[in-house]
Ligand binder design. Structure first.
Ligand SMILES: [Zn+2]
Ligand SMILES: [Zn+2]
Length: 257
């Protein structure tokens, strides 16, 4: 059994309904945080966990909406002896080391120690006793990595992080239990701001590429508040091509695999 909790489902602009995107994975007795925007502690507690249970933080890239809460998470654990692994690309790890050092959060008085590990594209890393993750480079930002997770009982989840359509990712996603993918905005919004085609994915393109790749279960996220899309608009545009299982997540929603 593996659970995915959506701590947030929005883009860089947080709203009362959708905070910045981050995930909590529970598998093989491990609690793994994927991306670290603000108020992680409060959200984790709302779900019935404690932040001290998080063993690993996996980061997709260095844009603020994905890393700005990391100093606060470590600071909140300063009296608790323990260790948190923080994984990301070389550029992400370098950036986050400097970010924590700005706050003095790697000094000896901070009882929770941070163990950074830089990952190359294509590298596989062990998470706890049985789970693993393999990285894929995606073209959103120089620091960007997507993660293909191998969880309990053969469950596989691919999380794109922020990305435009990237063909190798859809090839990699064939056969996964669940593809969680950037879905910034409807096609109307991408046509108005074409630069978005270089950095994010429209609902329309996500539906088309997921249908062609034969994805079984698709979970769009990282909705841009600026586009003001309803969940019905997300579904309607993806459904123009994609006929498989489609979950448009709400904040704090759990998906059981
Ligand atoms: Zn983002
Ligand atoms: Zn980004």
């Amino acid at each position: 059994m593996a659970d995915i909790y959506f701590l947030g489902t929005g883009g860089s602009v947080a709203t009362p309904q959708r905070d910045n995107t981050s995930l909590l994975l529970r598998t093989a007795g491990e609690l793994i945080l994927v991306d670290c925007p603000g108020s992680v502690g409060a959200k984790v507690r709302k779900l019935g966990f404690e932040p001290g249970q998080i063993t690993t933080v996996i980061l997709t890239h260095t844009h603020p909406d994905h890393v700005y809460g990391l100093p606060s998470l470590i600071h909140s654990q300063m009296l608790i002896a323990g260790e948190i692994r923080v994984l990301g690309s070389e550029a992400t790890v370098h950036f986050c080391r400097r970010l924590l050092d700005l706050f003095g959060l790697r000094r000896r008085k901070i009882k929770t120690r941070v163990r950074f590990q830089a990952l190359r594209p294509g590298q596989t890393v062990r998470l706890g006793k049985t789970a693993e993750a393999r990285t894929l480079a995606v073209p959103h930002h120089l620091s960007s990595l997507a993660y293909h997770f191998y969880l309990d009982e053969g469950r596989e989840v691919l999380f794109s992080g922020d990305t435009p359509i990237h063909e190798p990712l859809f090839e990699d996603a064939r056969g996964v239990s669940c593809l969680i993918h950037d879905a910034g905005a409807p096609d109307r919004f991408f046509k108005k701001y074409p630069i978005l085609y270089l950095i994010h994915t429209s609902f329309l393109d996500l539906g088309r590429w997921s249908a062609e790749a034969g994805i079984g279960c698709l979970v769009p996220c990282h909705f841009l508040a600026e586009a003001a899309s309803s969940a019905a608009e997300v579904r309607c545009e993806i459904r123009r091509h994609f006929k498989g299982c489609l979950i448009v997540p709400r904040d704090l929603q759990r998906i059981r695999l």
